[in-house]
Design a protein around this ligand. Structure first.
Ligand code: AMP
Ligand code: MG
Length: 304
């Protein structure tokens, strides 16, 4: 039986020795390895079956741990000051210290300081940052509990640090700070509107070629089919048709309660697969705040 523990000192010693662990954060669970351990990071890619060109997010204890790996522009510093620790990933130019393995050979690095208490204790105990992509196979549904990590990757990780259910439930907001205007690469719990309210910085939509796996068209997908609806009535009508065709459907709808929707979305998609559901009929939340992030994940889960 794989060890699930709340012992962050033990988890840090596993990482120190080149291990790979399941790591709780406030967004989703990560698959963590030391930022400076090539073999362990190689295992992260192998376990996730992630293409080597898809870069990893570096998770640090604080902004002072970031200078070694990335060059924080003035905009990046404003965002870090305002929102770290928290569900914000900042894309900046890299230093020569960070490996191509982590950046996918790009000239940028993604940095985050998570807020989850156990994650912070672990990184502090370890003394160096960790890389931590979501602890799921590439393209599939992210985990939001230690049990999800156990079920998906239990045979391949060395230990799972159990920090309970992720409070937010969807991945971090990613902001590209490498130009004069911050650009939103992936929506998350920290919204562009809130960033503007707090800092006065206007966040633009991402332009140019895709720079982030979060910008892929197909991602976050369960085994079952995902269909999207603008309201509950159309979803109910579709459910009847699904049943008439001899298939099993399940409606996911939290109305305008986007906090609960984000918190339970990945859990519910996973339950559909566990229950042998053929199609998840998801009602799209309102198009603002956290709803934007949920719609983004649902659109990607439904495509392809
Ligand atoms: P995850 O695997 O869920 O942690 O997602 C990490 C996200 O951060 C992906 O969308 C990556 O493509 C993105 N990312 C990490 N590092 C970089 C980078 N240097 N440039 C662009 N995107 C990055
Ligand atoms: Mg992911």
């Amino acid at each position: 039986m794989k060890q699930i523990t709340t012992d962050f000192v033990l988890a840090a010693s596993v990482l120190r020795d080149g291990g790979v662990i399941g790591l709780p954060t406030e967004t989703v669970y990560g698959l963590a390895a030391r930022v400076d351990h090539e073999t362990a990071i190689g295992r992260v890619f192998a376990i996730k079956q992630r293409p080597l060109s898809h870069p990893l997010i570096v998770h640090a204890y604080g902004v002072e741990q970031c200078d070694e790996w990335g060059v924080l522009s003035p905009i990046a510093q404003v965002l870090a000051q305002a929102f770290w620790p928290g569900p914000l990933t900042i894309l900046v130019h890299r230093t020569s210290q960070i490996s191509d393995q982590i950046t996918g050979g790009r000239d940028t690095v993604a940095l985050r300081v998570p807020e989850h208490a156990l994650a912070r204790q672990l990184i502090q105990e370890l003394g160096v940052p960790v890389v931590a992509p979501s602890a799921n196979r590439f393209g599939r549904v992210s985990p939001t509990t230690a049990q999800h990590v156990l079920r998906d990757l239990g045979d391949e990780v060395d230990l799972i640090l159990d920090g309970g259910v992720c409070t937010i439930g969807v991945e971090s907001t990613i902001i590209d700070c490498t130009s004069d205007t911050p650009q939103l690469l992936r929506p998350g719990a920290l919204t562009a509107t809130h960033i503007t309210q707090v800092t006065g910085l206007v966040v633009s939509p991402a332009t140019g070629p895709s720079r982030s796996a979060g910008m892929l068209e197909h991602h976050y997908a369960p085994q079952c089919r995902v269909e999207l609806f603008e309201n509950n009535e159309t979803a109910q009508a579709a459910l009847l048709r699904v049943r008439e065709s001899g298939q099993r459907g399940s409606i996911i709808d939290y109305g305008s309660d986007v906090v609960t929707y984000a918190h339970l979305l990945y859990h519910d998609l996973r339950e559909c697969d566990n229950d042998g559901i053929d199609v998840a009929l998801c009602v799209l939340p309102p198009h603002d705040g956290l709803g934007t992030a949920i719609r983004d994940r649902l659109l990607k889960a439904a495509s392809g």
